[in-house]
Design a protein around this ligand. Structure first.
Ligand code: G3P
Ligand code: CA
Length: 396
């Protein structure tokens, strides 16, 4: 399965002003405390479902919810405490973590188990012999892998920017932070929640769960144990659990009551657990009314790629929206699509400005299109921009 394409980006000129603006938004983001949220309820028919501060648990979150993708990864090396802190300080409603295990079974926050591109491991002679090639979800990858390191060893590494050619400004933070464990993130979230007087919401993804179970490092039980320890195992707990593999979500549903989201990649892809078990269904099957009904039997939401909501043509231009938002809502599922990024290279062609792939495009225009579809939230590398776009949308 392919998803979460990693490439380009670049310009930070909006950051200063945007941080100031969104800090104010962040202070006002407590459920039910801000006119914008009441307005969000007006727009989104509060009480019918997720939104507007009119429910409890995830239904109390502002809609559309701004989810900081890997933290404020547009401005800091992803999945670091620095990236998470900036996202929270900007006012993001939810902060995302991707989880993979260490050799000794600790859960750490990385987008891939291959840490070649996001740490300084390649420059560490003591770990040179750990470089290897392995097949992960059917793809041969050469590099250094978290499951070959103890936590103590991983903690000697330093995080760095994934796409330095595109996000050059982020490289000034290279080496500043270590790889966080999920337990450290839970402690950070608990402390920040106490300090702010409201919970810090997390959105936690199990990465390659079938692969890791196959090598004796099952993710779900370890995750459930930590969620219980930090009181985030209940239906109203401030956390979403997410995975591209439906069986991981089904397994989590048996372990905890925390709200769950099934991620959906391109229509022609097949979740890796389906490939392994011989289940012939593709994502196209899962977004049918029947497929959505099945998902709703064990999850509260879906996290589709934005292209499943508004497809792009061969030139990258937006086409006619699908019925996915309506169909999912009809089955009680919320939608948290991914991923909005400010750089031209990631935007629909309709909203690119100029020819520099790393320059920022008309990101507010793009956010507006997606918000108008009725989505419940959105993952973004640029939570400050997302919050301003949300305010534009909600306040009119
Ligand atoms: O989990 C939502 C979004 O993050 C999915 O894409 O590949 O960035 O984890 P990815
Ligand atoms: Ca993710």
């Amino acid at each position: 399965m392919t998803h979460g394409a990693e490439s380009t980006p670049g310009r930070r000129t909006l950051l200063g002003a945007a941080v100031l603006g969104s800090a104010a938004l962040g202070m006002a983001a407590a459920p039910g405390a801000h006119a914008a949220e009441r307005a969000a309820g007006d727009v989104r028919a509060p009480g019918e479902r997720h939104g507007g501060g009119h429910g409890s648990g995830y239904r109390s979150l502002p809609v559309p919810t701004v989810i900081a993708h890997r933290g404020a990864s547009g401005y800091r090396p992803e999945h670091t405490l620095g990236s998470y802190q900036l996202a929270l300080d900007m006012g993001a409603h939810v902060v995302e973590q991707d989880l993979v295990p260490t050799k000794d079974g600790h859960l750490v926050c990385r987008h891939e188990n291959d840490i070649t591109g996001t740490t300084d491991v390649a420059s560490r002679p003591e770990f040179a012999s750990r470089r290897t090639t392995k097949s992960v979800d059917g793809t041969a990858i050469t590099g250094w892998f978290t499951e070959d390191f103890t936590l103590a060893e991983l903690k000697t590494l330093r995080a760095k920017e994934r796409i330095p050619a595109s996000r050059q400004e982020n490289t000034v933070y290279d080496g500043r932070w270590t790889i966080p464990t999920f337990e450290e993130v839970l402690r950070w979230a608990d402390a920040e929640g106490r300090r702010r007087g409201r919970p810090v919401w997390l959105h936690v993804e199990t990465k390659h769960p079938t692969y890791f179970r196959g090598i004796g490092l099952g993710l779900e039980e370890r995750l459930a144990k930590l969620l219980r320890r930090h009181g985030r195992h209940r239906a109203h707990s401030p956390v979403f659990l997410q995975s591209f593999e439906p069986t991981s979500i089904e397994r989590l549903a048996k372990l905890v009551d925390s709200p769950r989201v099934v991620l959906l990649s391109g229509a022609n892809t097949r979740p890796w657990d389906f490939v392994q078990s011989g289940d012939p269904r593709t994502v196209a099957d899962l977004v049918t009314p029947q497929g959505l009904k099945w998902i709703a039997s064990y999850a509260q939401g879906i996290g589709p790629t934005l292209d499943l909501i508004v497809p792009r043509d061969a030139n990258g231009r937006l086409g006619t929206p699908t019925t996915l938002v309506r169909d999912a809502h009809a089955r009680g599922l919320i939608l948290h699509p991914y991923t909005m990024r400010n750089e031209n290279s990631f935007l629909p062609a309709d909203f690119r400005r100029g020819t520099d792939p790393n320059a920022y495009g008309d990101v507010f225009g793009a956010f507006k299109v997606y918000f108008e579809q009725g989505i419940d939230g959105i993952f973004t590398d640029n939570p400050d921009t997302g919050l301003l776009a949300r305010a534009d949308f909600v306040d009119g």
